[in-house]
Design a protein around this ligand. Sequence first.
Ligand code: AMP
Length: 438
Amino acid sequence: MTFASLGLSPELVSAIDDRGYTEPTPVQLAAIPAVLAGRDVWACAQTGSGKTAAFALPLLQRLLGAHDEEGHRVRAVILVPTRELAAQVGESFRLLARSLQKPIKVASVYGGVSINPQMMGLRGGADFVVATPGRLLDLVDRNALRLGAVETLVLDEADRLIDLGFADELRAILERLPAQRQNLLFSATFPSDVEALALGMLRDPLRIDLPPAPALEPAIEQRSIRVDQAKRTPLLRHLIAECRWTRVLVFVATKYSTEHIAAKLRQHGIKAAALHGELSQATRAKALADFRNSQLQVLVATDIAARGIHIDKLPAVVNYDLPRSAVDYTHRIGRTGRAGEQGAAISFVSADAEPHFRLIEKRQEFRLPRETLPGFEPTEAATATATATGDANGGIKGKRRSKKDKLREATARAPEGDALPPLAPKINSIWKGRAPKR
Ligand code: AMP
């Protein structure tokens, strides 16, 4: 199968060639014809499998085929959960659109930076708006954006956007969009409760379900290493030297840990930086850019880097602290082994974190052997108060857990799947009767 046979015009196929894509990935094969035909799509496909182009290409094609009046009207809104992803997805659109004859305007808008340049950038409209939910609402409320002509809503990392943290904003956006529209939901994970809600907003969707999850993918070699909590930073340094990683993305549980561990690594001459949500957007963008272009060897991040972010040829991901849920595990390790490349994902498992990792393994339906490395043999026993969540993963003792933390913990404890028991009633009430009327 070729891109041309999927119904994309020669001009767009040539733009795809320029990007170096020779053939469609499975999710692109399945999604492109359906999106072109105007159908709703629900796509669950592994991390790094080309989901962005799976919706960007047919949306671009439809715009090329439209007999347009003057100017740019917002045809599609693409919602994403993080600022970094808004920049990245917007850039993917622009790279595909740049050699097309028709001038296509793609705006990336997100919080954490001044709104004025974004408002200026939207003068004269835009064809596609890639946005984080809060900033999109701000712009609409300031009349910088009109959503009346939107034909397509894309939720990228859809399960995250339907999650409690974004529920109110998502509801407000849905209220401002035309009821008659195409809805495209993409993610590598759809926990069962979210799946039900997601399906509730779709009409006769094409369901694309492309296992395996990256957990089962040979492209990502997964390992787990038993280690005392206090020995994790020396172990990390050991692995960086031993495995000769040119770059490694290290996930930790708290903002404080990102800074603390990056500082420790720098003391040992390793180029490392922190990435978390309380840094200024300029610092966040610089850290990610420096990591992408190999100015940094180690990026120590919270879960804001777990979703969707593409880093070319990233050889390794380390779970210094375990993720809170199996879903987060999937997204974190999916930063490596992308687009058919090989990668390594290593989880540090202290005695206290062992029950939690067992739970993740159970959800992911695998069991990794626990390794011990010479010089790092664990000596700690699990503490009596350890739970399968929170502090056992390196959370700061005594720090109050947020509502979201509690929900995630409940997720981790849920008996089956990745259901979100306390969350479901709230979301249900939000969505009740609000599925778009057609
Ligand atoms: P995504 O899952 O959209 O983040 O894409 C992951 C990576 O795969 C990105 O670097 C894309 O540029 C790349 N990619 C997307 N589609 C293709 C394709 N058909 N062939 C080769 N690489 C692709």
